[in-house]
Design a protein around this ligand. Structure first.
Ligand SMILES: [Zn+2]
Length: 450
């Protein structure tokens, strides 16, 4: 009844024969993983107890033959095997139905619910949750309520009408992983080929979203490297953890970021020098995934039929796409005009203004304070506009500027405190070194194959 656990076994032999090239690359990566994980500083939450075992299991079947043979574990489980009967909560389920499927009557359900006050938590079952029953001679001896892979509650029968209760929280093993990609078509397609999931691409875009306009600035040949955590439970991957270090080269300009938890327990991404990746202004005032790239801002002006000199950035996106304030500030205009349609102007400090035109709806009022990334309206096609798009302008001292070329002149980001810089360096330099050594290892693997 556990097809997923055997899945790797059954696909093993065919995968070895096919031997896709990307796995050769992954093998090089794993070779380094064993080395770098030993010199990383231990972190209290993730230092796995079963490190050696985990690394072993992380190795995908396809690449096993490239690595030195690993000895079989000699420890034997001596815990008596309990036969658990598993029931998964499905849509429309209730406890009575689940108990019935396990062969238990409503009387036993009632007895169980009265057996310990914490059994009330079972009233919050959701599809996907699991109930495991240990039944002996028709008697419910224990019940485990599993909310997810890591958390469960265990009830054990103590007497005829009492159950004991304990909460079980498993700590996943964390291993380092690395991906790199060069963008040939789109960020998403390239990242998918590098076996990165959509969540990680979004996280990457969030880290660099103050420096790179992921909607408009991405070009063929841009490339990136990511060092991140993968979380394993009993050898099975249960998801990704955090991005620890990353590098993104956009139009030949390289940005680096590293994750750091400061002595107050706050975690942010910084440049290798300790400057915050967060800046006073977002590069794009909307979610880059909603921007359609084949949009020609040099179209003829719909009224005058000429190409007007264009002083801003046009983002084509469907009507209703949320528009954010690109920085903290104060709304100095939220209004309508014949050419701009619904528009918003925000004042940031003394000398910077941002303008958002052709909105479908405005969500802020004149005089209102706004925070960075706060929604101020939605994309529309009001005013002189032929298709839904956001016209965004950035003005410094009253002059239109290209946000891409003005980064250096903008207010400086917060940095790691001077007193903490040594701590910052010792925590982050190993991560940046890993990022580079993984990359070198891949280059080496490639050279050997040629
Ligand atoms: Zn425009």
């Amino acid at each position: 009844m556990e097809p997923s656990e055997n899945h790797n076994e059954s696909t093993h032999s065919s995968a070895v024969r096919r031997f896709p090239k990307r796995h050769l690359v992954a093998a090089g990566v794993l070779g380094v993983a064993l080395v770098v994980s030993t010199f990383l500083p231990p972190t209290d939450t993730v230092e796995p107890k079963r490190q050696s075992q985990t690394v072993e299991l992380e190795i995908k079947p396809e690449i096993q033959q490239l690595l030195p043979p690993v000895a079989e574990p000699i420890t034997e489980e001596i815990i008596p095997q309990i036969d658990w009967h598993k029931e998964r909560v499905v849509s429309g389920d209730n406890l009575s139905l689940i108990f019935q499927r396990a062969g238990l009557s409503d009387r036993i359900l009632f007895e169980f619910m009265a057996g310990h006050p914490e059994s009330n938590s079972l009233k919050r079952i959701h599809p996907g949750h699991e109930l495991e029953f240990h039944i002996e001679d028709g008697r419910l001896m224990a019940l485990r309520y599993r909310q997810d892979r890591l958390t469960s509650q265990l009830f054990k029968r103590e007497s005829s009408d009492k159950f004991s209760y304990e909460r079980e929280v498993l700590q996943p093993d964390t291993v380092l992983a690395y991906r790199q990609a060069t963008i040939n078509d789109s960020l998403f397609l390239s990242a998918q080929r590098a076996q990165m999931d959509a969540d990680m691409i979004m996280e990457l875009a969030n880290i660099f979203g103050w420096d790179i306009d992921f909607g408009l600035d991405i070009r063929k040949g841009d490339h990136f490297k990511v060092l991140y955590e993968e979380r394993f439970l009993d050898g099975e991957k249960i998801g990704n953890g955090n991005i620890l270090a990353a590098e993104f080269t956009n139009q030949k300009q390289t940005f680096k970021a590293v994750r750091y938890e400061d002595s107050n327990g706050n975690t942010h991404y910084y440049t290798p020098e300790g400057k915050s990746m967060r800046k006073a202004f977002l590069r794009a005032p909307l979610d880059f995934r909603r921007i359609s790239s084949n949009f020609n801002p040099r179209r003829l002006h719909p009224i005058s039929k000429t190409i007007k000199p264009h002083r801003g950035t046009d983002y084509a996106a469907s009507q209703g796409t949320p528009v954010w304030s690109s920085g903290d500030g104060k709304v100095i205009a939220s209004s309508y005009s014949k050419s701009n349609g619904n528009y918003v102007v925000i004042q940031h400090g003394n000398n910077i203004q941002t303008k958002y035109l052709h909105l479908h709806k405005r969500h802020v009022k004149t005089g209102q304070r706004v925070k960075q990334k706060q929604q101020i309206g939605t994309v529309g096609s009001t005013g002189y506009s032929t298709a839904p798009h956001l016209h965004y302008e950035f003005l410094l001292d009253g002059v239109h500027r290209n946000p891409r070329t003005i980064l250096e002149k903008l207010p400086k980001a917060r940095s790691v405190a001077d007193a903490e810089l040594q701590r910052f360096y010792s925590a982050t330099q190993p991560l940046l070194a890993s990022l580079e050594s993984y990359h070198q290892q891949i280059l080496l693997t490639r050279t050997q194959q040629e």
